[in-house]
Write a protein of this length. Structure first.
Ligand SMILES: Cc1cc2nc3c(=O)[nH]c(=O)nc-3n(C[C@H](O)[C@H](O)[C@H](O)COP(=O)(O)OP(=O)(O)OC[C@H]3O[C@@H](n4cnc5c(N)ncnc54)[C@H](O)[C@@H]3O)c2cc1C
Length: 410
């Protein structure tokens, strides 16, 4: 039976980033991933564009891939937030925050290519793909993991099993961690288009009664959009031809970018909030969407997942340093408890913030619209509020692990 220190279930955005972050520690690691990265069915590395926060940038700097990521990414220097049909709006500006960019937008498929190339150079890493985890049996000194690959099943052993297998995590269920899931009755329609007025380095978020619409700068002067629509309208909107689709989008967004033209292929994602009731079980931890699946309104799901990765790596690196070398137990109960204690606060804050944002802006009953206006004006007029908010969305609030500060593990 093959023995590993760590087995990572899921080689998506978070699982791949974790394997790369662990590389300097010289541990024997395996990723188990059912869908090859280049497949059109890959659920993580698809056509979506992701806004990367400052803490994610620092983490990618520390793991040595930032130069490749930034070469394919577009910086955001200004964010404009508005509420459809009301007068209030708010700005966040990179200069005011003393940073060169508030975040960077990268296409998931492109990020997947960068991660895969970097992983090819990692010693002691096995990537089992296409393969999936069929059973996980944690014991006192290790976990037996049954891996299904091309019709065969094989058992492997590890000291620590990491569930990075997404919001519907099978591993989470296998180790007996329950999760709550609440559907928002909304779908996010994503794609890109060409606006008459170049978006340059600006991002827009416009709240409507049915959900937010985000416009993000992507490569080649194009604008990526994430348009959240009510579930009852989703099929109709997806079936519209290009002109009719752009017409409806234009009506919601307004004229800030002039006429919207040349819309590309659209895809849709049903939206829900999922939360694991615990972050650890015996010799098992949850990271990324397996721990928390958020609404994309605040563009924070992946960034939050990477802070899970950074904290877990910190706990593992500390345990290794205390043991004076690689002969240590990465699945020890006190290490897992430290990870769970560390991550609970940040995760709960972001879950409440994102869910609260969706519910606040989705509610048109008085006096909420008036309060939203007052809130956005206050937000725009009082720099202190803006600064605190920007620090949270940049992922720089609270106690930060080494990687989120840009400090390599070794
Ligand atoms: C429309 C939209 C826009 C978004 N925009 C942003 C943004 O701008 N910024 C941001 O920070 N976040 C954003 N997010 C959230 C972000 O996409 C997710 O948080 C992120 O993809 C989570 O990564 P993950 O690796 O944890 O899970 P996933 O991306 O779901 O990957 C899970 C992986 O596990 C694999 N897997 C599944 N089952 C098994 C199994 N049994 N065994 C092994 N592997 C398995 C899957 O094939 C997949 O590769 C957005 C989400 C949506 C829907």
């Amino acid at each position: 039976m093959k023995n590993y220190d760590i087995v990572i279930a899921g080689g998506g955005m978070v699982g791949s980033s974790l394997a790369l972050a662990l590389a300097p520690l010289g541990l024997r690691t395996a990723i188990v991933e059912p869908v090859p990265r280049a497949s059109g069915q890959q659920p993580s590395f698809d056509d979506r564009s992701t806004a990367l926060s400052r803490s994610t940038q620092r983490m990618f700097e520390a793991t040595g891939i930032w130069d490749a990521v930034v070469a394919a990414a577009t910086p955001i220097t200004n964010i404009h937030v508005s509420d459809r049909g009301r007068f209030g709006f708010a700005h966040i500006d990179a200069g005011e925050q003393g940073v060169e960019a508030l975040g960077y937008v990268v296409i998931n498929r492109v990020l997947g290519g960068v991660l895969q190339e970097a992983l090819a150079g990692v010693a002691d890493l096995d990537i089992l793909c296409p393969a999936s985890i069929e059973a996980a049996t944690p014991g006192a000194d290790g976990v037996t993991v049954t891996v299904g690959q091309q019709g065969d099943a094989e058992d492997i052993r590890c000291k620590l099993l990491v569930a990075a297998d997404g919001a519907n995590s099978a591993v989470r269920e296998m180790v007996g961690i329950g999760a709550s899931k609440v559907a928002y009755d909304q779908r996010a329609i994503i794609g890109n288009l060409l606006p008459e007025i170049p978006i340059r380095n600006r991002a827009f978020e416009r709240f409507t009664d049915d959900g937010p619409l985000a416009m993000l700068p992507v490569a080649d002067g194009r604008t990526g959009f994430v348009w959240v629509v009510a579930e009852r309208d989703a099929e109709r909107i997806l079936a519209l031809d290009d002109a009719a689709f752009l017409g409806e989008l234009q009506e919601i967004f307004g004229k800030r970018l002039g006429r919207l033209t040349q819309v590309g292929k659209r895809s849709a994602y049903p939206l829900s909030l999922s939360k694991a009731i615990r972050l650890t079980a015996r010799r098992t931890v949850l990271v990324g969407n397996a721990a928390h699946g958020l609404h994309p309104a605040a563009a924070q799901g992946f960034n939050l997942g990477l802070r899970d990765v950074a904290a877990l790596c910190d706990c593992i690196a500390d345990a290794r340093d205390e043991a004076g070398g690689p002969a240590f137990d990465p699945g020890a109960p006190d290490l897992l408890a430290r990870y769970a204690d560390w991550r609970r606060g940040d995760q709960q804050k972001l879950v409440h913030f994102t869910d609260g944002l969706v519910r606040l802006f989705g509610d048109s009953r008085p006096p909420l619209p008036a309060l939203r206006n007052a809130g956005m004006l206050a937000f725009d007029l009082v720099p202190g509020i803006r600064k605190a908010f920007a620090r949270h969305t940049m992922g720089l609030a609270g106690r930060l692990p080494r990687l989120s500060r840009g400090v390599p593990l070794a």
